[in-house]
Write a protein that binds this ligand. Sequence first.
Ligand SMILES: Cc1cc2nc3c(=O)[nH]c(=O)nc-3n(C[C@H](O)[C@H](O)[C@H](O)COP(=O)(O)O)c2cc1C
Length: 186
Amino acid sequence: MAKLHESVTPEFREWIAAQKLFFVASAPLGAEGHVNVSPKGHDCLRVLDERTVAYLDLTGSGNETSAHIAENGRITLMWCAFEGPPRILRLYGRGEVVLPGSQRWAELSPLFEMLPGARQIVVNHVERVQTSCGFAVPLLEYREERPTLQRFALSKGEDGMVEYRREKNQASIDGLPTPLAATFED
Ligand SMILES: Cc1cc2nc3c(=O)[nH]c(=O)nc-3n(C[C@H](O)[C@H](O)[C@H](O)COP(=O)(O)O)c2cc1C
């Protein structure tokens, strides 16, 4: 059964830190728009306080979450236990996109280990903390992180990644602009 909690408690913080994977969901407002869900690995997520979590977002072929946040602010993060006692945790909130070079970036980026391909920080200002049972989630054993995304970023190099983002990250698949798009205007 779903259960609501006051905040991201120290116990949740510890449990979140032990998870190897989370999912981020967002959607455009338009009824025809595509609902996105993305899996995120690597040590990229930090609990900032009992109402705020953030992750370092790495460059990929799409930029859906960012575009949806810019349009309507909605974001949900979800973790589920693949080992140990079952649990699903959903943090529903309002998103904030933090781009490199901003004052906010200077404030938040030291909290993360900078990974190759870092593109932005996505902050979730949490409004609803909800757990549910997770009894139907399989037990899986963690082996290792894939090196593929970082290899991809390193092989392209800094300039190559800027070019890649210019080409692929300025709009969502439904054509909504991303905050990153403004950095290419001139
Ligand atoms: C080499 C490579 C690796 C990728 N790996 C991931 C990944 O692990 N997780 C992910 O969400 N997206 C990954 N992507 C990008 C996705 O395909 C997706 O377009 C993008 O993440 C959009 O969702 P987001 O805005 O929520 O990140 C990868 C893209 C490339 C080119």
